[in-house]
Design a protein. Structure first.
Length: 264
């Protein structure tokens, strides 16, 4: 597994000023090497916007550094975990609290996942435009978008994806947006595309509801009949959203072991 450098940048602060909590960005992990490069690029942009903030990376699986190792290296003090995940699900509800509980000497908080949020929708919209979607010209009644997501058995995660689809549809001026999934939930992306075609929606784009390249994102793009947007990656709105989640968790103030979560 690739090893990553964890630059230690202490937060600014003079005598008597409490250091800002360490920002620990929690990525899922992927066997696709592009995923790690994408996440590291996102973190570099976060550091550019917030110089002096100690920003570190931890993975749930598949890539180093793994989250428990990152938390152990932070040691004592305070940390805010921001999941680089798009909705509520098993990782957010179980894996992250378990990891923080294993480091009782570290005061930690778990921020809300990235979605749903208007900034996330702005990133989705921006990636569609980059791929060739024409703003303000939906192409009559034949246009639609499939929001391709990883999928989850957790009903809250499914609800979060559906809410994002509704918000993206509003951002697109009323174009139908249908959520579809690579695993664990239905419909699949090909099934959603066939259903839209049967309804006369032949100009269909696929929006990539993935933070980075990987197997699921590639399969969704391959199924697209036309426009296939890139994963969210280091889009400027993603950088702003990650820091927004961190700031809200800092303001909320409750540690993870009190089982609280920062609100959207």
């Amino acid at each position: 597994m690739p090893r990553t450098r964890q630059p230690a940048r202490p937060a600014r602060g003079g005598t008597g000023v409490r250091p800002a909590p360490t920002l620990v960005v929690v990525a899922h992990g992927s066997r696709d090497a592009r995923a790690l490069r994408t996440v590291l690029g996102l973190l570099d942009r976060v550091r550019d916007i917030r110089p002096g903030l100690d920003v570190r990376l931890g993975h749930i699986e598949l890539n180093e550094p793994l989250l428990p190792d990152t938390l152990a290296r932070v040691g004592t003090g305070e940390a805010v975990l921001v999941p680089l995940l798009l909705g509520r699900g098993h990782h957010v509800k179980h894996d992250l609290p378990r990891a923080t509980a294993a480091e009782p000497g570290l005061r930690s908080r778990i921020a809300a996942p990235l979605g749903p949020h208007p900034l996330l929708v702005e990133a989705l919209y921006g990636r569609l435009v980059e791929a060739g979607w024409r703003p303000g010209d939906p192409g009559s009644r034949s246009a639609a978008v499939v929001l391709a997501a990883a999928g989850s058995r957790d009903p809250d995660s499914v609800l979060d994806t559906r809410r994002t689809a509704r918000m993206l549809g509003e951002r697109l001026g009323g174009v139908p947006v249908v959520p579809a999934y690579a695993s664990a939930a239905t419909p699949t992306v090909p099934v959603a595309l066939r259903a839209l075609a049967a309804r006369g929606r032949h100009r269909v784009a696929v929006a990539s509801y993935f933070t980075a390249p990987g197997r699921f994102a590639a399969a969704a793009a391959d199924a697209a009949p036309g426009i296939a947007a890139a994963p969210l990656g280091a889009h400027p709105a993603m950088v702003r959203l990650l820091l927004h989640r961190y700031d809200r968790a800092v303001a909320h103030g409750a540690p993870a072991d009190e089982r609280t979560r920062a609100s959207a």
